[in-house]
Design a protein around this ligand. Structure first.
Ligand code: PAF
Length: 281
C-alpha cells in the first residue's frame, strides 16, 4: 500500500503503536536496487512492519540538473519491495506536503562530521538529509531505521542527528552491497551504460588496493598511488580520495595507534557522480 499523506500513514501505523509492536523505517529516494532490498529484508526480520519512504528530497541536491535527472520509478519500486517477504507500507509524499509548503533545509551543526569529504563538495547536502530525516522520524516514529554503509558519512551524520534532535530511534548501519564486478550498488548506476559500468569498477579496485597497502605504506603514499590510478584512466574523473578516522571522519595524513580508518572516494563516470568507501583496518 502506498500512502501520500502523513495523516493516512500515521493512521495505518496506529494499531502497531497501540500494541507496542516495532516499526522499521527504510528511507530511500526510490530507483531501488538489491542494496535497498537488503535493508528492507533486515528491517522485515527485526520489526513487525517496515515503512519504506520513496521520496526524492529536493533540499539535499546542490545541483538542479542532478535532481531533475534522478531516476523515478514508483510502481517498479513497489513491485520490487513485494519480492521481499514481510509486512510493508510505502510513504511517497510530495515535497510540498512533507515540508508543509516550505521546501527548505534547517541548518545543522553535526560536530564537524558535515565539513569533511562530501560536505566540502556538496554544499548544504547534509542539512537537506538531516532536515528530511528529522521530518520522517517525527512523522513516522520508527523503532529502528536502516541505512547503507555506502553513504558512510551520511550514516555517521544520521547517528548524530538523532542525538541532536533527541529522537528515540535506533540507527542500524548495513554493509555495502556490491555487483559481482565490485561496483557498489547505487541508484545512479542506472544512468551508466555497459562500458561506463566497467569503467566505474575503478572505484572499488582503488579501495581494495588501498586496503591491501594500508599496513605497509604511509597514508601519503597510498593517496598518491590512488590518485595515479585515476590519472591512468581519464574516463573516470576523481573528485577526492581520502583516508579518514572511522568515528570522527577527520581526514588523516598519518596513522595513529588504536584508531580505525576508512578510505573514501568520489568520482565521475561521464556526468554521473559515484561514491564508495572501505574499512582499512
Ligand atoms: O541515502 C539516501 O537515499 C537519502 O540521502 C535519504 C537517506 C533517503 C534521505 O533523503
Amino acid at each position: 500500500m502506498v500512502y501520500h499523506h502523513t495523516e493516512d500513514i500515521q493512521k495505518a501505523l496506529l494499531p502497531y503503536r497501540k500494541k507496542n509492536r516495532s516499526i522499521g523505517l527504510v528511507p530511500t529516494m526510490g530507483a531501488l536496487h538489491q542494496g535497498h532490498l537488503e535493508l528492507i529484508a533486515q528491517s522485515q526480520v527485526e520489526n513487525a512492519i517496515t515503512v519504506v519512504t520513496i521520496f526524492v528530497n529536493p533540499t539535499q541536491f546542490d545541483n538542479a540538473g542532478d535532481l531533475k535527472k534522478y531516476p523515478r520509478s514508483l510502481s517498479k519500486d513497489v513491485a520490487m519491495i513485494e519480492t521481499v517477504p514481510g509486512n510493508f507500507i510505502v510513504f511517497n509524499p510530495s515535497p510540498e506536503h512533507l515540508y508543509e509548503g516550505n521546501v527548505s533545509s534547517k541548518s545543522y551543526d553535526f560536530g564537524g562530521l558535515e565539513t569533511e569529504m562530501e560536505g566540502t563538495h556538496r554544499t548544504g547536502h547534509f542539512d537537506g538529509v538531516g532536515t528530511v530525516l528529522n521530518l520522517f522520524f517525527r512523522a513516522l516514529k520508527p523503532t529502528r531505521a536502516y541505512f547503507g554503509e555506502k553513504d558512510f558519512q551520511q550514516l555517521q551524520i544520521v547517528k548524530k542527528l538523532v542525538e541532536i534532535e533527541a529522537l528515540p530511534v535506533e540507527i542500524v548501519g548495513c554493509s555495502i552491497v556490491r555487483e559481482t564486478s565490485g561496483l557498489a550498488m547505487s541508484s545512479r548506476n542506472k544512468r551508466l551504460n555497459e562500458a561506463q559500468l566497467e569503467k566505474a569498477t575503478l572505484l572499488h579496485k582503488t579501495l581494495v588496493g588501498a586496503s591491501e597497502q594500508f599496513e605497509t605504506h604511509s597514508i601519503e603514499a597510498i593517496k598518491k598511488w590512488a590518485v595515479a590510478q585515476f590519472e591512468k584512466n581519464p574516463d573516470v574523473r576523481l573528485e577526492y580520495f581520502e583516508i579518514a578516522e572511522t568515528n570522527t571522519l577527520k581526514t588523516a595524513s598519518e596513522k595513529k595507534k588504536n584508531t580505525s580508518y576508512r578510505a573514501f572516494l568520489a568520482a565521475f563516470v561521464g556526468p554521473v557522480r559515484l561514491i564508495d568507501n572501505m574499512a582499512l583496518n
